[in-house]
Design a protein around this ligand. Structure first.
Ligand code: FAD
Length: 321
């Protein structure tokens, strides 16, 4: 049966996040030829609609309001429910991002429906689609099928490939006004600790440091390597707890989940809680002094050595290219 699918897009600082396009590709797979409607909430998002159409959305609905400049579950939740009531879709897709993780259970509960969260792949299409998602902190995968009713799922960023951009594609972009003047919470200002560099959750290359980095200064070679490779710096909780870096860099069960093309783990032992956030990376390179370190069990390439010798060598070689 063909389905109308509502896809929640995400924008940050005036640019769409890749997961918005990946979610459209996932929506196409389950829609069985049905309409793909992308949603975008914010204070000035109308101009980004065309990009969503070029990546496969049939129609874009935007909701613009000063209270939607920054995400709150209250504001986005109300905006989503209003659009949902107007559109009455058969399926909903969100990114499994900080926002999607927060908002999707709330919406599922309001709609009294199930939620297939953190999907990393979809086998088959239309009503036969089977959703694959990690369980037990990534130690196993389960296959889930939606038996009946509304289909609602979230996709892990960087796992489902977006469709090829079609510059010639056109579609309707409309704006809906919603009554969200009386929210319980509104974010008036966001003060960022750091705004530089590539977004860790969407980075194609991540260079992560652990307690083996030994100090905040010890992160400098990792930062240089990440910059050379066009990637982002991440960290283990060990490094964050030791105050070598900010908790916003933490990868793992209680941090960010990343699936870059290349993950370089330097001075990280490979605790199960860390691996929950990175073991699905496409290529894992581990640098550790201890040949018995657990991280080597998931590494595609292992370097037994001192990171303060190995990373400068890598930097030197890359600079020659
Ligand atoms: P360590 O385990 O101390 O490892 C340091 C490694 O560096 C060692 O293997 C050592 O051989 C190597 N090393 C030292 N010097 C060098 C050198 N010069 N060159 C090369 N290698 C060197 N952890 C996370 O990362 N993310 C999470 O989200 C997370 N969530 C958690 C949730 C819970 C409920 C709990 C209980 C724990 C959680 N942890 C998490 C913590 C986790 O269990 C580990 O304690 C932590 O990951 C260890 O960090 P580490 O590998 O940097 O440090």
């Amino acid at each position: 049966m063909s389905k109308k699918v509502l896809v929640l897009g995400e924008a940050r600082e005036g640019a769409l996040r890749n997961v918005s396009f990946e979610a459209i590709a996932a929506a196409k797979q389950v829609a069985d030829g049905g309409e793909i409607v992308s949603l975008l909430f914010g204070d000035a998002v109308q101009s980004m609609g065309e990009e969503l159409i070029k990546y496969g959305a049939d129609r874009v609905v935007t909701v613009e309001h000063p209270h939607l400049k920054h995400y709150t579950s209250d504001g986005f939740g109300q905006a989503f429910m209003e659009v949902y009531e107007q559109e009455k879709p058969e399926a909903i897709v969100f990114g499994h991002t900080a926002m999607g993780k927060d908002l999707s259970p709330k919406i599922a509960s309001k709609l009294d429906t199930g939620l297939i969260s953190d999907v990393t792949a979809i086998e088959g299409d239309g009503d036969d689609a089977v959703f694959i998602r990690p369980i037990y902190s990534g130690k196993a995968f389960e296959k889930v099928k939606n038996k009946e009713g509304l289909l609602f799922f979230t996709i892990r960023p960087n796992n489902i490939e977006s469709l090829t951009k079609d510059e010639g594609r056109t579609g309707d972009i409309s704006s809906v006004s919603v009554d969200i003047a009386n929210l319980r919470s509104v974010i008036s200002e966001v003060v960022r600790k750091s705004t530089e560099g590539v977004d860790l959750s969407e980075a194609k290359v991540v260079v992560a440091g652990g307690r083996g980095v030994k100090s905040a200064d010890g992160f400098k070679p990792l930062e240089e390597l990440a910059q050379l490779l066009g990637g982002a710096v991440g960290a283990s909780r060990g490094a964050c707890d030791a105050d070598y870096c900010d908790y916003s860099l933490q990868i793992g069960q209680t941090g960010k989940v990343v699936t870059p093309d290349l993950y370089i783990a330097a001075g990280i032992s490979g605790a199960i809680q860390h691996m929950a956030g990175m073991s699905n990376s496409k290529i894992i390179v581990a640098i550790n002094k201890d040949p018995e370190a657990n991280i080597f069990k998931v590494a595609d390439y292992g370097i037994v050595g001192d990171l303060f010798e190995v990373i400068p060598m890598m930097i030197e070689e890359i600079k020659k290219i």
